[in-house]
Design a protein around this ligand. Structure first.
Ligand code: XMP
Length: 556
């Protein structure tokens, strides 16, 4: 089998040109590509590459960087059949790193079409070792594990992959195995102290890199990827998340036909963009259900109704279910129980409303690309459950509806760009994340109507002051938490015995880790002054200076 793959590649190479020296530019290849589906019906000739995933934690980061170079890209599992990859019409492949060693029994291999297509290939770390192994070279256990920064020295000054870069650059290494012998037709492009072949290539644009160009620790990594995409794959870099809109609208129309779609609208970025996109595609065939759990922030209901019902004229069912939620939450103080109750009640309300609509065929969800990649690659990994996140898109499979997930190939910031391209306001598109269970998990202890009102008032002040100080978009989240602690204070000449509110503001890239924000003292002072003056039940404000880990962003 392996031999066959190598043979087919060799035949492919020697069929067109003589293998001599690496020129760095993929030579013109005639007719050998497996046939992909025509893309004309999407109305665009989109440039794309496929990242073949071998289980690296960095695969999504490769996709991220490629899209930053304005080339569309998807991560596909290493055993994905050609048909599913062909739909992308890739102009090249990137083989990710991975935890395996090429000689291990059962180690994942690059599929034959990667080599047979004769498209440019960039193998990163394990991906490079696979190229060496599958095309007839030798991979050996490194004498030393090479981990961390290394200096990459180029062997030649005119390698297109390194075009525009100095001849020595810092790169990030994380590998043990290394290339002992390159496959026939390959030349070494660069070396480091521990890796004599830190980059190699052949004249067809099949390239291997031992280092990781996708990580921030390789400062010129993006330039290297861009060189691969533009100079070797021949991409122009004209993809934008905005161009995704036209394509998505066509796809949604095609998928839904004359069917009916329902969508849980929360007013958050993802559900707002999903609803708007689908509404653009199928208009009144979409019905959005907006459930007021009673745990929403001030003005959230009116804002959402104004945007979608009044301005966009969407079919929108609004349900004020706050009494129901409050009743079920009465006396509940355990955070997980709160989450469970809210999740369950939400589904009940949603199902009741959906039943009133009549025949429904599709459920729209705001699934994003990181969720897709994560669920595809998490496999059997046991992950300790810290919080069982309930979010408004997470509806049960018993509803037996087909899913419409137009954002499933987008990263969060791309969703924002799509939102703007669809005409949503910046205010809407740059909203900070808000958890599905809402204010219930920001009231420590019992959730009551009175406490919700107190928190709403304090939260409103935090948000407005943060916006006024122009800090809102720099922060991942900023909000108020109502603690059950009451303390003594003095106002005028009177003793008070009021609640303590905590202010939480964090910076983060992805919510996996977060740092408490160093808010200016005068902003904190203004927030504190306003809360104690404008919210009579509160007489003390504290600022949360814990990071995640060991704390979490939300208090519950
Ligand atoms: P933690 O508190 O786990 O929060 O550090 C990480 C991110 O997740 C949000 N979060 C939730 N989102 N349902 C959600 O939809 C939930 O139950 C939930 N709990 C936390 C949180 O706001 C932060 O952005």
């Amino acid at each position: 089998m392996e031999k066959d793959k190598q043979e087919s590649h060799r035949v492919a190479i020697s069929g067109d040109v003589e293998v001599s020296a690496y020129l760095g530019i993929a030579k013109e290849r005639k007719g050998a590509q497996p046939q992909a589906e025509p893309q004309e019906k999407l109305g665009t000739e989109r440039e794309a590459v496929a990242v073949i995933d071998f289980g690296s934690q960095y695969s999504w980061l490769i996709a991220r960087r490629v899209r930053e170079c304005r080339v569309y890209c998807e991560v596909v599992p290493h055993d994905a059949p050609w048909d599913s990859v062909a739909a992308l019409r890739p102009k090249g492949f990137i083989l990710s790193g991975g935890p395996s060693s090429v000689y291990e029994p059962g180690a994942p291999q690059a599929p034959a079409y990667v080599y047979e297509s004769r498209l440019p290939v960039l193998g990163i770390c394990y991906g490079m070792q696979l190229i060496a192994y599958q095309l007839g070279g030798k991979v050996a256990k490194g004498v030393k594990r090479e981990y961390g920064l290394a200096i990459l020295h180029q062997n030649s000054t005119n390698t297109p992959l390194f075009s525009g870069l100095p001849s020595e650059i810092p790169v990030w290494m994380s590998h043990c195995d290394r290339i002992e012998e390159m496959p026939p037709g390959f030349v070494s492009l660069a070396y480091t102290e521990n890796s004599p072949v830190a980059a190699m290539g052949n004249e067809y644009g099949t390239i291997g890199l031992q280092f990781h160009p996708e990580v921030a620790h390789t400062p010129q990594g993006k330039a290297i990827l861009q060189n691969f995409l533009y100079k070797i794959c021949g991409c122009n870099g004209n993809w934008t998340p905005g161009s995704f809109v036209t394509e998505s609208i066509e796809r949604i129309k095609e998928q839904v036909g004359k069917g009916r779609v329902i969508c849980a609208l929360s007013g958050g970025v993802d559900s707002s963009v999903v609803a708007t996109l689908i509404h653009h595609a199928i208009g009144d065939q979409l019905t959005c259900i907006f459930v007021n759990t009673g745990m929403l922030r001030r003005e959230e209901v009116s804002r959402t109704l104004n945007t979608f019902q009044k301005n966009m004229k969407m079919n929108l069912v609004y349900v004020d279910a706050s009494e129901r939620f409050l009743k079920r939450l009465a006396g509940v103080i355990d955070p997980e129980e709160k989450r469970h109750i809210i999740g369950e009640e939400f589904v009940r309300v949603f199902e009741e409303e959906a039943a009133k609509i009549g025949q429904v065929d599709f459920l729209a969800q705001g699934t994003l690309y990181p969720d897709v990649i994560e669920s595809a690659s998490s496999g059997s990994k046991a992950v300790a459950i810290i919080k069982t996140h309930h979010n408004v898109g997470g509806l049960p499979s018993r509803m037996k509806l087909s899913l419409v997930e137009p954002l499933r190939y987008l990263f969060k910031d791309e969703v924002r760009e799509v939102g703007l391209a669809l005409g949503l306001t910046e205010d809407m598109v740059y909203r900070q994340p808000f958890p599905g269970p809402g204010l219930a998990i920001r009231i420590i202890g019992d959730v009551t109507k009175e406490r919700l009102e107190i928190l709403r008032a304090a939260d409103w002040i935090v948000m407005n002051e943060i916006k006024k100080a122009k800090l809102y978009r720099q922060l991942w989240q900023s909000f108020a938490v109502l603690t059950p602690v009451r303390s003594v204070g003095v106002m005028g000449d009177s003793r008070t015995y009021g609640y303590m509110v905590a202010v939480r503001a964090v910076t983060s890239e992805d919510a996996m880790t977060a740092d408490w924000a160093r808010l200016p003292y005068d902003v904190l002072a203004q927030i504190s002054n306003r809360i104690v003056n404008e919210v009579p039940e509160v007489n003390r404000v504290v600022y949360d200076i814990s990071s995640k880990p060991p704390s979490t962003i939300e208090w519950e």
